[in-house]
Design a protein around this ligand. Structure first.
Ligand code: ARG
Length: 432
C-alpha cells in the first residue's frame, strides 16, 4: 500500500481522526502512522446523541490503542440544526436527514479540536462510495489542514481491514457493529448493509430499536410552536434535546417514524436504507399542520420549493452555502406566524395531526360556515355568481374550438363565419 502522492503531510505532524472505535476508524490509527508517516494520531468522538454504549466502545478502543482521545459534546448545536430543519419541513426522499444534518456539526467540532491541538491534518474512515466523505470534507477543506481518507485512498475492503486488525491484534472485538451498519444520533437511527442491501428483502423486526411494532393503543399530544420552533409538549416547556429524546420514546412506543427507502446518494448510487425517527416525524407533521392554518395558499405553495431546496442542500452537507442563507430569509419571514398548538394523534405507526390552533390562523369560521348567509367584509354569497360565470371560461372556449376543428363539416368558401357555441363562448371573440 502506498499513500497517494498528493499528501503533503510532514512526518512529524499530528493528525486528528474522526474516531468511533469501529473497525474502519480503528484500522486508520496504525495506517496513519505507518502509511502516512504521522507521529501522533488524536481520536475525536463527537456526541450528537449516540447511545452511551458507543462512547464506552470508543473509549475502550482508544485506551487499548494508546490513542489520545477527545470527546466533544455537540448535541446542542445539532438539536438547533434539527429544529431549523423542522421550519423547512425537511426530508430527503422521505428521510428526515439525521445523518446528513449531523455530519457538518461533527466535522466542525473535529476541526476545532485539530486547530486547538496543532494538528497538520484531518482524517476520516469513510469509503469512496458514500455521502459522508463529501459532508466532512466540505467543512474541513475550508481550513488549511490536509485532508486524509485512508480507507478511500488505499482502496481498503472490509475483509482486508479484518485481516489487518487480526494481524496487528487491534482491539476490534465487537467493534464491527454486528450484521448491520448503524448510524445513530438524536434525530434518526439508520440501518443499512448486509441482507438489507437487497431491495426485495423484508426487514426483520430486530433491525428496529427505537420503535415498537405498531399496536392498537392511541395517544394525543399537544405540540406548541413559537416562530416555527417546537417549544412545549402537553403544556410543559422543553429544551430542544430533551424534547427530541422524550418524543423518540413516546412516539416510538406507537411505532411512529419507520422509513424504508431506495435512496439516491450524491454520487449517483442507489442504496436501500432503513430509518427510525419518531420525534422527527411528530414534529415535522405537527409543524406542517400549523403552517397549513397560518400561511396563505401562495406562501404554502412557494415554500414547498424553498423547503425542497433547503432539504437538498442539507442532504449534500452544504447548509453553509449562501443560497441557504437566502432560503432561510424567506423561511424566517414565514415562521413569524407559525406560533400555536397542534394536537397529534399517535396511533398504529402514524403521527396524525387532528387539531390545530393559532392567533395567526388565516381562517374565519363565520366566513367559511354553512350556517351564515354572508362572507363578511361586504361580500355576499350572490357576489360569487359573476365569478362562477367566468370560472373555466378559457377551458370552455378551448373545448369548443377543438370540437369545431374536428367536426367533419363541408369546407367553408370564404374562411368561415363566427359561430355561437353551446357554452356561450364565441370561437373568434377577442378579449376586449
Ligand atoms: N444514507 C444516509 C445519508 O447519507 C445515512 C447513512 C448512515 N450510515 C450508516 N452506516 N447507516 O444521510
Amino acid at each position: 500500500m502506498t499513500p497517494p502522492t498528493e499528501s503533503t503531510a510532514q512526518s512529524t505532524d499530528r493528525v486528528a481522526l474522526a474516531f468511533s472505535g469501529g473497525l474502519d476508524t480503528t484500522v486508520c490509527v496504525p495506517l496513519l502512522k505507518e502509511e502516512y508517516g504521522f507521529d501522533e494520531v488524536i481520536g475525536v468522538t463527537v456526541d450528537v446523541g449516540q447511545p452511551a454504549a458507543e462512547f464506552a466502545e470508543a473509549e475502550e478502543t482508544a485506551t487499548a490503542l494508546g490513542l489520545e482521545h477527545h470527546v466533544v459534546d455537540a448535541r446542542e448545536a445539532f438539536a438547533a440544526t434539527c429544529f431549523d430543519s423542522v421550519r423547512a419541513n425537511a426530508t430527503y426522499q422521505g428521510y428526515p436527514l439525521g445523518t446528513a444534518l449531523a455530519r457538518p456539526v461533527i466535522a466542525q467540532a473535529i476541526l476545532d479540536v485539530a486547530l486547538a491541538q496543532d494538528c497538520a491534518a484531518l482524517a476520516h474512515g469513510c469509503t469512496g462510495k458514500g455521502n459522508d466523505q463529501l459532508r466532512f470534507e466540505t467543512v474541513w477543506r475550508s481550513s488549511d489542514l490536509d485532508v486524509i481518507a485512508p480507507v478511500r485512498e488505499l482502496g481498503l475492503t472490509r475483509e482486508f481491514e479484518q485481516e489487518y486488525a487480526a494481524e496487528r491484534d487491534l482491539p476490534v472485538e465487537g467493534g464491527d457493529g454486528g450484521a448491520w451498519s448503524i448510524d445513530t444520533n438524536l434525530w434518526s437511527r439508520s440501518v443499512e448493509g448486509s441482507e438489507l442491501e437487497e431491495p426485495s428483502y423484508v426487514p426483520p423486526e430486530d433491525i428496529y430499536d427505537w420503535t415498537q411494532p405498531p399496536g392498537n393503543e392511541s395517544e394525543l399530544l399537544d405540540i406548541e410552536f413559537e416562530d416555527g420552533y417546537p417549544v412545549a409538549l402537553n403544556g410543559e416547556e422543553f429544551e430542544p434535546i430533551a424534547l427530541i429524546e422524550h418524543l423518540n420514546e413516546v412516539a416510538g412506543a406507537h411505532g411512529v417514524g419507520r422509513t424504508d427507502v431506495m435512496e439516491d446518494r450524491m454520487l449517483g448510487l442507489k442504496v436501500r436504507e432503513n430509518y427510525e425517527h419518531p420525534a422527527a416525524t411528530v414534529l415535522l407533521n405537527a409543524h406542517e399542520a400549523l403552517e397549513s392554518l397560518v400561511l396563505t395558499k401562495e406562501e404554502r405553495s412557494f415554500k414547498k420549493q424553498i423547503d425542497h431546496e433547503w432539504a437538498e442542500k442539507a442532504y449534500e452537507g452544504l447548509l453553509a452555502a449562501p443560497l441557504v442563507d437566502a432560503l432561510e430569509g424567506f423561511i424566517a419571514s414565514t415562521q413569524e406566524r407559525v406560533t400555536g398548538t397542534v394536537t397529534v394523534k399517535l396511533e398504529g405507526g402514524q403521527a396524525r395531526p387532528v387539531g390545530r390552533e393559532s392567533e395567526y390562523g388565516v381562517y374565519s369560521a363565520s366566513a367559511a360556515s354553512f350556517n351564515t348567509a354572508d362572507v363578511g367584509g361586504g361580500i355576499e354569497q350572490a357576489d360569487a355568481t359573476g365569478v362562477a360565470k367566468y370560472h373555466g371560461f378559457q377551458s370552455r372556449l378551448a373545448g369548443s374550438v377543438i370540437a369545431a376543428a374536428n367536426e367533419p363539416t363541408a369546407p367553408v368558401a370564404d374562411g368561415g363565419t363566427t359561430a355561437e357555441t353551446e357554452n356561450g363562448a364565441t370561437a373568434d371573440d377577442g378579449d376586449e
